[in-house]
Design a binder for this molecule. Structure first.
Ligand SMILES: [Zn+2]
Length: 289
């Protein structure tokens, strides 16, 4: 790993140089369906018992690719469970294991949130090292979901947000949401060329199940998702689906993950291609242009 203190010192010296202002390109391909589980349950561990077993069963039976963005805290709380899960799926291209920070801290918070660059760096470094310890490899990507506090856009003039991104790049980051970047996060891929990183991919992110399944903000969850998919398919837009381990297991109508099978079947009938996030990254022609 890099030495954090030296890294921050050098980043402060170079940060002013990486705004080249180059345009960010968008992907041009068929319609992709990106299914992910932000895997972050923080409570009583017995409440998630059986989740990974059912995930493996459903995703293998229906050949459904999925990415799992895991918080370090959750991995640490159930090391053996995560080790077993990883050892079962590590050679299976349907499963893509990535990171979601250590303590679910997000990024780019307004001042007053109380997290310094050093604290954020500590959190992500701790998370990446835990992946190495438990899975034997560092993650390639992180996902950001709604976290408390107001956020800065990455592409604003704030030096602090640029330093946060630079810090993640220093940890080996290859992909993160098209989040607060000025593009449409719900449908666009991008590169982070404007921050000096044309090799880092931004991926679409939307439709958090905390909204449509846990809180049922739009009525029947499946009716809502099908309607949204009809609309997006008509526009030829990608369809990201942000699930959470705890919502899928504790707030779905059943513990069979039947809703996942139904949504995916609907997506396939609409012409969507299912793919993991890391496979999007590997298809560089799609997002680098
Ligand atoms: Zn989250």
């Amino acid at each position: 790993m890099i030495n954090r203190r030296n890294f921050i010192k050098s980043s402060a010296l170079t940060v002013a140089g990486f705004y080249a202002g180059a345009c960010v390109q968008k992907i041009s391909t068929g319609k992709l369906f990106l299914l992910r589980y932000d895997t972050e349950w923080w409570g009583e561990q017995s409440e998630m018992e059986g989740f990974f077993e059912q995930v493996i069963k459903v995703h293998r039976e229906d050949k459904i690719p999925a990415s799992f963005f895991c918080t370090g805290l959750t991995i640490n709380n159930r090391k053996e469970v995560f080790r077993d899960f990883y050892s079962e799926v590590k050679n299976d291209p349907l499963f893509d294991i990535q990171n979601h920070s250590y303590q679910h801290i997000g990024l780019c918070k307004k001042q007053g949130q109380g997290l310094s660059l050093e604290e954020i760096s500590d959190d992500y470094q701790r998370a990446f090292e835990l992946h190495q310890k438990v899975f034997g490899r560092f993650p390639d990507g992180i996902s950001l979901c709604g976290t408390p506090g107001e956020s800065y856009p990455y592409f604003d003039s704030s030096e602090s947000t640029k330093r946060e991104f630079h810090m993640l790049a220093g940890l080996g980051l290859k992909m993160v949401n098209t989040h607060l970047s000025g593009f449409d996060e719900s449908s666009d891929f991008c590169t982070y060329e404007r921050l000096g990183y044309p090799g880092i991919m931004g991926f679409p992110s939307a439709y958090s199940d905390t909204s449509w399944m846990q809180r049922r903000e739009f009525g029947d969850p499946l009716v809502y998702i099908f309607r949204e998919m009809d609309q997006r398919a008509g526009l030829n837009h990608h369809m990201p689906l942000m699930l959470h381990d705890w919502v899928s297991w504790q707030h779905a109508p059943d513990k069979e993950l039947a809703f996942v099978r139904k949504i995916v079947e609907y997506a396939r009938n609409k012409g969507y291609q299912l793919i993991t996030h890391i496979d999007c990254y590997r298809n560089k022609a799609w997002w680098q242009g």
